[in-house]
Design a protein around this ligand. Structure first.
Ligand SMILES: C[S@@+](CC[C@H](N)C(=O)[O-])C[C@H]1O[C@@H](n2cnc3c(N)ncnc32)[C@H](O)[C@@H]1O
Length: 430
């Protein structure tokens, strides 16, 4: 069947319509392309199809850089020239907000960095193939293991570390026996690639991490610390339990330099994943804002709190996983609170607290109705909302706009080139 691709939609696929009007999503296509597709499965709302041939290619189509593109579940846009990827994300953001009846939107300002080698964190599966451990990702749309030979969106040291892991295991039988128990490995590096942390997710507790790391450090001297975590894999979802930390070797975290500050990030702790755009993100959020009191909700290790602390007399940082934040965000005018945002706001409403600025950077689920309801009661003059999911962002913004906030700035910060993921910063004012 021949189809004309109308536009790209969130998730990475192109949207087309069958002659009878049924919508179809065609992965790895671009707006305006004429394509030939093969029906895989008929479904109620949108049939599943496979791209068999591009008949008329978009001028933005390029040869994918990675040999695993298409098979691997990680990237969706390597077939598009980078500036076209940004345009596609910008139009998806605009349409998602408009669909939520958010009108009179400000122009979307795009912020970009180098589109390759940007990830400071990489998590790989480990599987034994023909008696040899291999590393890989999930095959696209499945839980099947796909062994990989490269990952060009990751900082080079991360892939070098993964190769070193396999090399050490190939050369040392005792290491190979030890590694067989590991199901996943995560590497995290500083922005300058000088230090590296490793977490091995294992099926069962087993001693020997220190010996293993001493071998590995000879090949990858940047390794500063490592740990094992117990991961229970059962059922189709693979991971059903929160990993439980077991052994530790070397440093327990990394000191990460960003936005003129040093942040301590404990092994496994959250930090923004794009090593080239952290400073820009902080600059957009803090901008030239200043005043008496600011709140940083969903604060992580205090990335925005520290920048705000230079301009506001008081900053309150709120985070559920608060250990790193509490240890580092201290001193006059700085308060770290280990709590959920909703609990913090409930208390703040009773105390009648009202900051000049609220920054919030929630996980993908967004802030939700309860938080929006407290925010409208607190009625801070300015809110800066940092979001990694345009759908939940649109839902939350609608509630805030209905309560009297106006959208003043829209920034697309492309933290995840080659993938469909979309980071937005929205400035709202009363
Ligand atoms: C997207 S990260 C942002 C972190 C930080 N703003 C940064 O840029 O590094 C979201 C953070 O929210 C925290 N979090 C998740 N649910 C929360 C909740 N209900 N209340 C407060 N913090 C929460 C997570 O632990 C995580 O650190």
């Amino acid at each position: 069947m021949k189809l004309q691709i109308e536009k790209s939609v969130y998730g990475g696929a192109g949207l087309a319509h069958e002659p009878e009007g049924k919508a179809l999503l065609v992965p790895f296509t671009l707006p305006g392309e004429l394509v030939e597709v093969q029906l895989v499965e008929q479904k109620k709302t949108s049939d599943e199809v496979l791209l068999s041939q591009v008949l008329t290619a978009s001028k933005d189509r390029v040869k994918p850089t990675c040999s695993h593109f298409g098979e691997c579940g990680g990237c969706q846009y390597q077939h598009a020239e980078y500036s076209a990827q940004v345009k596609i994300k910008s139009s998806i953001l605009q349409q998602t907000l408009e669909r939520a009846a958010l009108m009179a939107l400000p122009n979307i300002e795009s912020h970009i960095g180098p589109p390759w080698g940007y990830r400071n964190r990489m998590r790989l599966r480990i599987e034994e193939l023909d008696g040899t451990p291999r590393v890989g990702y999930n095959r696209r749309g499945t839980n099947e293991f796909l062994a990989i030979r490269e990952c060009p969106i990751a900082a080079p040291i991360l892939w070098r570390a993964a190769q070193s892991l396999l090399q050490v295991s190939a050369q040392t039988p005792s290491v190979a026996r030890w590694l067989i128990n590991a199901v996943e490995v995560e590497f995290f590096t500083t922005g300058d690639e000088k230090k590296l942390q490793m977490t091995l997710f294992v099926r069962k507790d087993q001693p020997g991490l220190a010996a293993f790391c001493e071998h590995l450090k000879q090949v990858i001297p940047e390794l500063a610390g490592a740990g094992t975590s117990l991961l229970k894999l059962t059922g189709p979802q693979r991971q059903v339990q929160k990993p439980r930390p077991l052994e530790s070797w070397g440093a327990t975290g990394l000191s990460y330099r960003a936005a003129d500050e040093d942040y301590w990030i404990s092994r496994g702790g959250f930090f923004q994943v794009n090593r080239f755009l952290v400073d820009e993100l902080v600059r957009i959020v803090a901008a030239d804002r200043n005043g008496q009191l600011a709140w940083d909700l969903y604060a992580g290790v205090g990335l925005f709190s520290r920048a705000l602390g230079k301009k506001f007399q008081q900053v309150v940082a709120v985070e559920t996983v608060g250990a790193d934040l509490i240890n580092s965000f201290e001193g006059p005018g700085k308060r770290a609170v280990e709590a959920t945002t909703v609990d913090f706001l409930r208390h703040a409403v009773i105390q009648r607290e009202r900051p000049q600025l609220i920054v919030m950077d929630p996980p993908r689920a967004g802030v939700g109705a309860d938080v929006c309801s407290f925010l409208t009661r607190i009625s801070a003059p300015e809110i800066v909302y940092v979001s990694c999911d345009p759908t939940t962002l649109a839902r939350d913004l609608k509630m805030l706009v209905d309560a009297g906030y106006k959208l003043k700035e829209l920034h697309l910060v492309d933290l995840f080139p080659q993938t469909f993921h979309l980071e937005t910063v929205v400035v709202l004012r009363k």
